[in-house]
Write a protein that binds this ligand. Structure first.
Ligand SMILES: Cc1cc2nc3c(=O)[nH]c(=O)nc-3n(C[C@H](O)[C@H](O)[C@H](O)COP(=O)(O)OP(=O)(O)OC[C@H]3O[C@@H](n4cnc5c(N)ncnc54)[C@H](O)[C@@H]3O)c2cc1C
Length: 258
């Protein structure tokens, strides 16, 4: 399968690439992509793979008066998971309304918003040859140590879709910069904000070629017009360098460069 990352990735940067489709649960020695909402793809990426359509599903494994246990394929979109939860009055995944991605990518990034994240209500994750329980995994802020392909996962969700939280989290996203991006460039350092630090070193709104460190939120890189990989990586490295020089803080990347 050929993917044009200029169209497929959320930041609209990258080459045309040949990808291997994983139709079955098996080991894979390349780099697996999800929805490419957190990726910056260079002109020479590694061997790439993507899950087949078979892994786009939501199945109810158990249902009682208190909760449901769902099994969800790792190629399922966040917005479909959100809609399912809303339709079935399930709480815990309201934040997915505004976070783009497929379940595999959401799990690998332990994606979240405010106090919510995808691993909170997780029960198990299935890999090619084993199933792991949540407690065995060691999730942390935007971190999941699994380095294999994830194929499906199960969640226990109580009833009571939280409409107030849904609206609050939607609003929290509404003031994020518009335009093609991969969300936050860097994780927030403990007790601080990457956006504040980048702004403090004078890089808010800084432009290189077609890319810009957003003038609305400096931790967002926006592809303003035909930005190249080189434009984007220049800005990322510049922000890292300037923040380290000024504050002695090494910003950790949330975006994955391949
Ligand atoms: C506008 C915008 C807003 C965003 N806001 C937020 C936010 O509020 N909070 C937040 O946490 N994130 C946010 N993000 C980032 C992004 O949505 C998340 O990181 C999401 O989890 C990426 O999912 P993906 O499927 O696109 O993964 P990709 O970007 O394709 O991949 C990300 C990582 O997941 C791995 N991966 C993908 N699929 C699998 C699999 N099946 N098995 C194993 N590993 C896999 C990849 O190898 C890679 O390491 C935002 C992005 C955008 C564009």
């Amino acid at each position: 399968m050929i993917i044009d990352f200029k169209k497929y990735s959320s930041v609209r940067i990258g080459p045309l690439c040949e990808l291997e489709i994983l139709e079955e649960e098996r080991e894979f020695d390349g780099f697996i992509i999800g929805g490419a909402n957190n990726l910056l793809v260079s002109n020479k990426p590694k061997k790439l793979g993507i899950l087949g359509k078979k892994f786009d599903f939501i199945t109810v494994l158990e249902k009682n008066k208190e909760f449901m246990i769902l099994e969800i394929g790792c190629a399922t979109r966040s917005k479909n998971i959100h809609s399912f939860c809303k339709e079935n009055n399930l709480k815990g995944l309201e934040f997915l309304r505004k976070i783009p991605g497929l379940l595999g990518g959401l799990l690998k990034m332990n994606a979240g918003l405010k106090d919510e994240n995808i691993s909170k209500n997780l029960l198990t994750v299935s890999l090619a040859k084993k199933e792991l329980k949540r407690e065995q995994i060691g999730f942390a802020y935007r971190f999941c140590p699994i380095d294999e392909v994830m194929f499906k996962a199960s969640f226990r969700l109580n009833y009571g879709f939280d409409y107030a939280k849904d609206e609050y989290l939607k609003k929290a996203r509404d003031n994020q910069p518009s335009g093609a991006s991969f969300g936050s460039i860097f994780k927030n350092p403990k007790g601080d904000y990457a956006g504040r630090l980048i702004e403090a070193v004078g890089l808010k709104g800084f432009v290189k070629g077609g890319a810009m460190l957003s003038d609305k939120h400096a931790n967002f890189l926006i592809n303003k017009k035909n930005a190249s990989f080189e434009d984007a990586i220049f800005l990322i490295e510049l922000a890292e360098k300037r923040v380290f020089e000024e504050f002695g803080i090494r910003l950790l990347r949330e975006v994955i460069v391949i």
